[in-house]
Design a protein around this ligand. Structure first.
Ligand code: PHE
Length: 446
């Protein structure tokens, strides 16, 4: 077995995990979910779920990863018994599906960066422009370019590839996004936008919680990169002297702050251009937001910066997904890193082709995203919560306490949070999402 690498520095690990967490989830999905589910009401439920469900599950992944020093499949083979040894496969499957469409969307975002630089947002109509970017050969080409970038970074390995690149990417994302948010605050629609974004209406939550809860839970998992073994894999390169809870808290806080800041950019731009009730859903940033950019002062360059941020964020996440599947081949099948990365990159590129090519629609995106994001991730997280909560409790507690001077009763609080509330929430959400997914498939194919 090849010698395993480890992170060179503590910051390296934290930035890699933040890089994984901060991605399309924060800047592409988050604003449109806020729009779809009632503004600030969604924000509140999402924040609660991040703290009460996301953080405990992140600790589960960290403890399993650091304890076993393995990829998710190998990790569960080591610690699990019986059927538990098999659940690592859920993660690998999720990784394949997510990366395949993630790269496609990232490719569109790359195109939108270029469109902004040329000052061409919404030329010929925002909707038409998006359809021409999002389908056909152009979209296949940008998907290929993005996959090539992922392969390049991951082929260089943990320290020289991932750690090196996140040290550049994450600070750039934060600095540029804050700059844009400050500028957006000077736009004429800012006041109205903040009112919408920041004052939750409890009535909306109460009336729509059956819709808000599953969406917010799926969002919390997706944005924190949970439920597909990224955090298992990244923690497997970590030393025992590290305080997992503290690192996790920093990662969760930064990820949440960045999603929140993305809203501080998107909504003022939208309100300033008076485009508040146009398209939402997955095409939101491409259609509504790009059109809005075409209507505000310096919109082309602002939009280009915005889409550049999203491209970088997507890359820093995509490499973490790739690392999960690559580390599996390296650990379990002794394949060298370079052929593993190139081979998997090509396969995942092919898996994404239907999403990339589909002209005039996003049906394949809905099929892929619904399956991976709202089902596989939640299922993966649920299984892990059951495993550490009820079965391998000692393993979890032991591992968590390493590197923490005085865990006190927090360990028990963590275990009981997993045992009851986390499991109940995830079960309810999984059921709802399976039903929702079935309905959306019927809508498409039925
Ligand atoms: N967290 C990433 C984002 O917000 C997506 C992701 C999901 C990455 C699952 C890895 C694993 O865009």
């Amino acid at each position: 077995m090849a010698q395993r690498e480890s992170w060179a520095t503590r910051t390296g690990f934290i930035l890699a995990a933040v890089g994984s967490a901060v991605g399309l989830g924060n800047i592409w999905r988050f604003p449109y979910q806020v729009g779809e589910y009632g503004g600030a009401a969604f924000l509140v439920v999402y924040l609660l779920l991040v703290a009460l469900v996301g953080f405990p599950v992140m600790m589960v992944e960290f403890t399993i990863g650091r304890h076993t020093e393995r990829n998710p499949v190998g990790a569960l083979k080591r610690v699990g018994r019986g059927a538990w040894t098999k659940i690592g496969w859920v993660f690998i499957a999720a990784g394949f599906v997510i990366l395949s469409y993630y790269s496609v969307i990232a490719g569109w975002i790359l195109r939108y960066t270029a469109i902004g630089l040329q000052g061409n947002y919404a030329a010929g109509g925002a909707g038409e422009q998006f359809m021409s970017v999002a389908g056909g050969m152009g979209s296949v080409v940008t998907h290929a370019i993005f996959m090539a970038a992922i392969i390049t970074v991951v082929a260089f390995g943990i320290q020289r590839g991932i750690e090196f690149s996140v040290k550049l990417m994450v600070p750039a994302i934060i600095a540029l996004l804050i700059g844009l948010a400050v500028y957006a605050g000077t736009l004429s629609g800012a006041g109205e936008a903040y009112a919408y974004y920041l004052s939750p209406d409890l009535g909306t939550i109460a009336a729509n919680w059956t819709a808000i809860l599953p969406a917010a839970a799926a969002q919390a998992f997706f944005t924190l990169s949970l439920g597909m073994g990224v955090m298992i894999t990244y923690a497997s390169y970590l030393g025992e002297d590290r305080n997992l809870a503290k690192d996790g808290a920093i990662i969760v806080a930064l990820d949440t702050a960045i999603a929140f800041t993305a809203g501080l950019v998107a909504f003022p731009v939208l309100y300033t251009a008076d485009l508040t009730d146009v398209v939402d859903g997955p095409s939101f940033i491409f259609v509504s937001l790009s059109e809005a950019f075409s209507n505000v002062p310096f919109g082309g360059i602002l939009g280009a910066v915005f889409f550049a941020i999203v491209t970088i964020a997507a890359l820093s996440s995509a490499i973490s997904i790739m690392e999960v599947v690559v580390s599996y081949l390296i650990d379990e099948h002794d394949v060298d890193r370079l052929p593993a990365t190139v081979g998997l990159g090509i396969i995942i590129f092919l898996v994404g082709l239907p999403v990339a090519y589909e002209p005039n629609g996003l049906n394949w995106l809905t099929v892929y995203d619904g399956f991976a994001n709202s089902i596989l991730l939640i299922l993966g997280g649920l299984l892990l919560a059951i495993y550490i909560g009820w079965i391998a409790t000692d393993l979890g507690l032991d591992e968590l306490s390493k590197g923490i001077q005085d865990l006190g009763s927090w360990g028990i609080v963590w275990i009981w949070t997993l045992r009851i509330p986390v499991i109940i929430v995830l079960l309810v959400v999984l059921t709802q999402n399976v039903i929702g997914y079935y309905d959306s498939l019927m809508g498409i194919f039925g």
